[in-house]
Design a protein around this ligand. Structure first.
Ligand code: GLV
Ligand code: MN
Ligand code: MN
Length: 420
């Protein structure tokens, strides 16, 4: 199929330049969900969606949605997220949102109507700014219900209810944002790889086969705060030493021989109490996160981690509690969607490369209710979630062309199946 969308690189470059100005002035490339910068960026994005001829609305989950192509329950959907982690980079999520916007503009420029309405989405709070993240895509899939919002507070000290409402949602009726199975006829997302597979193979783009399941929780060790000078070593119940043992244990567990090489494990934050130089740490609260694209291995890792917490706590005679906040299984992307994306690669004469995603995406969260497909583009040295995150404009433009062509192929496929 010929490429008929006329992607305009200058427009895209300009969007990136403007969107990146909505950042925390103290920490470049920071636009956390529900922050002032997130709200301001959303206003700008809504204006761009409107200028692309889209009908703009916020659903009850405060997802920002631009819609083209009239009424009807069933839609094609494309999107990603514009929120970031702290100093989290300029491309993670953003290429997917701005890419979808550029395609909406191209459809408008050439007056192309698809066989279904198209919705482009900036999903609310994809990054783990709150423990129930990703918020917007999970609500669409019905995976977060009203009860799950109870007690959730943002880092800005607001209830998640207020935060969702301030972004234009309706936090007391989030089920209104839920889509039924089949209502989204297909979902496409463009994203940076966040790893170095493509770069090492000197490839600009790839087709995603599966998305690793992040499993996130918190561990609490409660020992005894005591005088750091007067308490002999054998008498201590030091919660931080227990936590340190767990950090090392997690590294060992995920790299044990025989486990999948796809496993990763991280302790990303830790609160130490009372956090004073002359007091033995009495309490530590820490995050634990393990991921894999291999389900069997992921289940084993979770079990070993639980056992390790018990072991450390018994050995050191201190209390412990492990709470899993969120367990995900790896998500294989349907072969039919991989084929849709592959045909776009073929149309544009781009070499075919399949690869799994070790990072997670909104695509994984809405995959239970719609066939999802993803295009990856390479990023410099695989770096992401850091200020050094970088992707060239040439690769972004190619990614957007592939996303647009995938949408046209999805549309063609839908029509064929409809005719039978
Ligand atoms: C999303 O950014 C993730 O943590 O994979
Ligand atoms: Mn991210
Ligand atoms: Mn992302």
């Amino acid at each position: 199929m010929d490429e008929i969308l006329e992607i305009k690189p200058e427009r895209i470059e300009n969007d990136f330049k403007i969107l990146e100005t909505f950042t925390d002035p103290e920490a470049p490339w920071t636009r956390r969900a529900f922050s002032l910068q997130n709200k301001e960026a959303r206003k700008w994005l809504a204006d761009q969606f409107r200028a692309a001829g889209l009908d703009v609305y916020n659903d009850a989950a405060s997802n920002l949605i631009g819609r083209r192509g009239g009424d009807g329950d069933q839609v094609f959907m494309m999107g990603s997220h514009s929120d970031t982690v702290i100093e989290g980079g300029r491309f993670d999520g953003i290429v997917g949102v701005l890419g979808a916007l550029e395609i909406a503009r191209c459809l408008q420029d050439s007056d192309i109507e698809l066989s279904l309405p198209l919705e482009i989405v900036d999903f609310t709070c994809e990054e783990p700014t709150v423990p129930i993240s990703p918020v917007g895509s999970r609500i669409i899939a019905g995976d977060i219900t009203q009860k799950d919002l109870e007690g959730v507070i943002t880092p800005f000290g607001e209830t998640i209810h207020k935060a969702i409402d301030d972004l234009g949602g309706d936090s007391s009726n989030i089920s209104k944002a839920k889509r039924a199975l089949g209502q989204i006829a297909g979902y496409l997302e463009l994203h940076i790889e966040q790893g170095a597979v493509l770069e090492k193979e000197e490839l600009a783009a790839g087709i995603v086969t599966a998305i690793a399941g992040p499993c996130r929780g918190t561990v609490q060790f409660i020992g005894q705060p005591e005088h750091a000078g007067a308490t002999p070593m054998p008498d201590r119940k030091d919660a931080l030493v227990a936590a340190a043992e767990l950090v090392i244990a997690i590294e060992k567990i995920v790299t044990t021989t025989g486990m999948s090489e796809e496993n990763v494990g991280t302790v990303g934050w830790m609160n130490v109490s009372p956090n004073m130089i002359n007091v033995v740490p009495g309490q530590v609260d820490m995050s634990v996160e393990v991921r894999s694209t291999d389900l069997e291995s992921l289940v084993l890792v979770r079990k070993s981690l639980e056992e390790e917490v018990e072991k450390i706590s018994e050995k050191r005679k201190i209390e412990s509690k492990l709470t899993w906040d969120h367990l995900e299984d790896p998500v294989p992307l349907p072969l039919f969607m991989q084929d849709v994306v592959k045909s776009a690669f073929t149309d544009l004469s781009i070499p075919i490369k399949y690869l799994p995603s070790r990072a997670s995406h909104d695509a994984a969260r809405i995959a239970p209710i719609t066939p999802a497909g993803m295009v990856f583009i390479r990023c410099l040295e695989g770096k992401s979630h850091c200020p050094e995150e970088w992707t060239s404009m040439d690769d972004i433009v190619l990614g957007i062309r592939l996303l647009g062509q995938s949408l046209l192929r999805l549309n063609e496929n839908f029509l064929k199946n409809k005719k039978g």
